[in-house]
Design a protein around this ligand. Sequence first.
Ligand code: ADP
Ligand code: ASP
Ligand code: MG
Length: 812
Amino acid sequence: MNVLKFGGTSVGSPESILNVKQIVSSRQESVIVVVSALGGVTDMLLGTSAQAESGDKNFRASYERIRRRHLDLVEAVFEPSATRDRLLEAIEAKHESLRALYEGVYTLRVLPGKTACQIVSFGERISALIVSALIPGSFLYDSLEFIKSTVIEGKNVLDSEITEDLVRRKFSGIEGRNEVAIVPGFISTDSRTGEITNLGRGGSDYTASIIAASLNAQCLEIWTDVDGFMTADPRVIKTSYVIDELSFSDAMELCNFGAKVIYPPAIYPVCSKDIPVLVKNTFNPEAKGTVIRQHSRSGSRTVTGISSIDDTCLITVAGTSMAGIIGVNSRIFRVLADNYISVFLVSQSSSETHISLGVSASQADRACELLDREFAHEIAEGSMAPVQLMKDLATVAIVGENMKNNAGIAGKLFSVLGRNGISIIACAQGTEEHNISFVVDRKYLRKSLNVIHDSFFLSEYQELNVFVCGIGTVGGNLLGQIASQREKLMKENNLKINVVGIARSTKGIFDREGIDLSSWREQLETGKSLDIEGLRNEVIGMNIFNSVFVDCTASADVAGLYRDFLDHNISVVAANKIAASSEYDKYIELKKIARRRGIKFLFETNVGAGLPVINTINDLINSGDHILKIEAVVSGTLNFIFSTLSADIPLSQTIRLAKEKGYSEPDPRIDLSGKDVLRKLVILARESGYAIEQKDVNCELFIPQELFDGTIDQFWKKLPKLDAAFEERRARVENEGKRMRFVARLDNGKASIGLAEVNKYHPFYNLQGSNNIILLTTERYKEYPMMIQGYGAGAAVTAAGVFADIMSIANI
Ligand code: ADP
Ligand code: ASP
Ligand code: MG
């Protein structure tokens, strides 16, 4: 025989309650069906009580809503019939009793405990009436007759012996009768006074477990609104998934720490009788569900699940007089226990000078008062400090039997949290090594859960949350590449890239679930208006885990945000060169913050677009090499100009062509000034270990300064005047069998940029179009320098380089 418990959502709507009928009717043997109140009704009953007690006459409208909730369901599910009329009559009689109770509370303005219990019992009593009418031939039992409670230390608790006996007697012989028994969950009566009591919120699970254990049922089935017991609360962690099998002890740890799927006391009765629990979905009965049993085949996973409590406070008792003195802890726990304050986490330093206790927010102030009173003498004397209270915290537990004897779990836990900027306020792990619990600031709860889920449940996929700023050719291309690679990365690399923000200079769109990349341009049109401060606040305010800010702009303002982002543990990938090439101290600071926080600041595309230049330099240095010399042609624009220059095409025309073909900036002077090459050289030099500034670079320009000083029109007008002299130089160089190249050079720590003349044996001689070339002379590559060559510009290759940087963050 099985006991089936249907929760509030399972009996809450016409569709779901018809599913209940279907599930129960398909059974061939006797079943006991325990039902909760209709979803939300218990809260409504309690809320209406509070209204009546406070003299708010709106309690009548609230009562009416409760009544309508029941009547509407009946009217939706039952055709007009004699059964329906009888049911409505029975329900209305209960409503009438309920109404009378509320009127009494309202008149007297008091809500005695026993009246409150009477009121709240109507939820289950009415839902059981409905379910029993729905299942023809079923029998309705009154659990007030056999679920008994007693008062221990001021609290209603199950009177287990009496209950077990009564349940056995009540259901004796049911096995052979092929009967469907309907039982209201949650409610009970006091074994001495007979007054109505209950088993606490979520207590229908407990009713079902008690009955299953008393009758030695084959299985306890918990029917709810999710496919099973999941790795984490699915409302918070979208990627959580169903655990096939779970041990009782793991289930107990997870439920005690907030996994609402089963009421924690409900686990003990079935666990002690070794009766398996099956968690199933009323809305999807085909789903396999989760089996909870003594010896589960939970597989090799070290962490089974994570759960959390979000209204935690931490009380710290500290003082020198605590060190080594026997008895301080016993006083702390005695005073708290005497006052029914439950402590769910304890963390004590080995110096024994302080102890921190996790308690629920509702009990925290009282606990502090009690402890201050207990230690009043020591506090007055100065050997102990007044008790400290930290509020607005949350406690997270990672649970798994296999964590025992598995080194490195705590290390991994703390390092992923640290990398995401989440600091741990207190932590505890018992020698059982079955549960590691820690306390964080409440605002980091969601992020903590996501980070841990992401890191410990890799069988699904790792997530990276990306903000893309700048939607010009590079940013636009990048978004296209991410959209087309996403599926493949999920399948082949278990990596899910969510673009959670896209911004351009004045607008942005943000969505923590990921923006639909098929329509980002349209969405951005109607996005939020943003200034730079707004952008900062949106990105930081999202407080999302594993996040990366990608800068595809050329804006100094955006570059100015990196520090703040890194300080908030957001990695930065920059196609923008400004940050890496401005003041050295700032550049070093950004790199240091990233290193300290275990995140990344990457800018591979700053030099040579997608060519692996910076990574190569880093690899050489990290493996012990030294960069002695760099010679590079890193301006696609200038290279185009010098490869196009000929007797027929003078300088002014090559510059015009570069502009027309889109190789140069709209104002080509930005390229001609060598500014871009200078920045790239500074970055290469710094990455090679040289602390140089832009002003340290010797610049030999081939365009006189006066052309840079005026307007762009004046520039175009004056430019042809340079043609004759330039042609003379070009002709001479050609006669000598050489070519002109604009070269960036670092030699012995000295940096320069300028026009060079190279002969046909030089690797730069044959450089085509807008290609880049970088020669690295190092201690290992001395005689024959290392050469990196290829497209050094272009949106697609640059975007691909940015994408590669993003991928390298995923692989931390
Ligand atoms: P019922 O009304 O059926 O008793 P509850 O609302 O009490 O349902 O419990 C089921 C809910 O528990 C789920 O809808 C889910 O949101 C929440 N929950 C929290 N943690 C977990 C978890 N680890 N696995 C499954 N559900 C969980
Ligand atoms: N109806 C009660 C509650 O909401 C008991 C239960 O659903 O298990 O807490
Ligand atoms: Mg429940």
